[in-house]
Ligand binder design. Structure first.
Ligand code: DX5
Ligand code: ZN
Length: 224
C-alpha cells in the first residue's frame, strides 16, 4: 500500500511529541527521522537520545535516515533507541553488504539510499538483500528544496528491476514531495513518499497528510 511518511525535519523540535501526535491522527503508519552529522551533509540534527525519548510517546514506526559518515558505528545505537528501519547511504558505505546485514541482524529493516548523482546500477548487487531503497529527489541536508524530476526515472528503473528479478523491496522517495508531484511519483512505482515541509509548514498538517493520502490513493487506482 502506498504510504505518506511525514519527515519531522520540518517540525517544531521544541514540541516534537505534539507535532508527531498531530500527524498521527491522519492515520499514518510511519514517521521519517533525519539524522545528519555535519560531515556527510552540511547540517546537524539529532542523535539516539532523542529517538529514545520520542519512542516513549508513539507507537508509529520509525524510519531513520542516516546521513552520516559512519553508519556502522551508529546504526546499532539508533536501533536500540527504537528505530524500526534504518537507511544508509550507498555513498557512505564502502562495505555496504556488511552494513545492511548488520542492521538486519540487530533487528531492524535495512534500506539503502542513493543521492541524485548516484545511479541505480550501483545497487545491483544488494537489491536481493535490502528491505527498501530510498531515492533522494533532492541533495540531502535540508528540507524545502525543489524536487529533481530525474528521480522519477530511478523509481521506474527500480520498479522494473524488482518485477524482473522477482524481488519485494519497497521503493521510497525523499525530498520536494508535494501535492503537485504525488501522482507522478506513485504512477512511477513508488511505495513510500517522505514529505517534510509540505506537511509541517502547512496550516493543518493532519489535513495535508490526509489530502496527500487521497491523491496517492487516486494515483494507485489508475496505475497500469
Ligand atoms: C533532506 C531530508 C528530507 C527532508 C525532506 O535531506 O532527507 O527527509 O525532511 O523535506 P522536504 O519534504 O521539505 O523536501
Ligand atoms: Zn530524509
Amino acid at each position: 500500500m502506498v504510504q505518506i511518511v511525514p519527515s519531522i525535519l520540518s517540525a517544531d523540535f521544541a514540541r516534537l511529541a505534539e507535532e508527531v501526535a498531530r500527524v498521527e491522527r491522519a492515520g499514518i503508519a510511519m514517521i521519517h527521522i533525519d539524522v545528519m552529522d555535519g560531515h556527510f551533509v552540511p547540517n546537524l540534527t539529532l542523535g539516539p537520545p532523542l529517538v529514545k525519548s520520542l519512542r516513549r510517546t508513539t507507537n508509529l514506526e520509525f524510519d531513520v535516515h542516516l546521513m552520516i559518515t559512519d553508519p556502522d558505528q551508529f546504526a546499532p545505537l539508533f536501533i536500540e533507541a527504537g528505530a524500526n528501519q534504518v537507511s544508509v547511504h550507498q555513498e557512505a558505505c564502502p562495505h555496504l553488504d556488511r552494513t545492511l546485514r548488520l542492521i538486519q541482524e540487530r533487528g531492524a529493516r535495512a534500506g539503502v539510499v542513493i543521492n541524485p548523482a548516484t545511479p541505480v546500477s550501483t545497487l545491483e548487487d544488494v537489491l536481493d538483500i535490502v528491505d527498501h531503497v530510498l531515492v533522494m529527489s533532492v541533495n540531502p541536508g535540508f528540507g524545502n528544496q525543489r524536487f529533481l524530476p530525474r528521480s522519477l526515472h530511478k523509481i521506474r528503473q527500480l520498479d522494473r528491476i524488482r518485477h524482473e528479478r522477482h524481488l519485494d523491496f519497497q521503493i521510497e522517495i525523499d525530498g520536494g514531495v508535494s501535492r503537485a508531484n504525488i501522482g507522478d511519483i506513485v504512477r512511477a512505482g513508488c511505495d513510500w513518499l517522505v514529505t517534510g515541509s509540505a506537511v509541517f509548514e502547512s496550516a493543518d498538517p493532519a489535513a495535508t497528510v490526509k489530502e496527500m493520502q487521497q491523491l496517492a490513493g487516486e494515483a494507485t487506482a489508475v496505475k497500469v
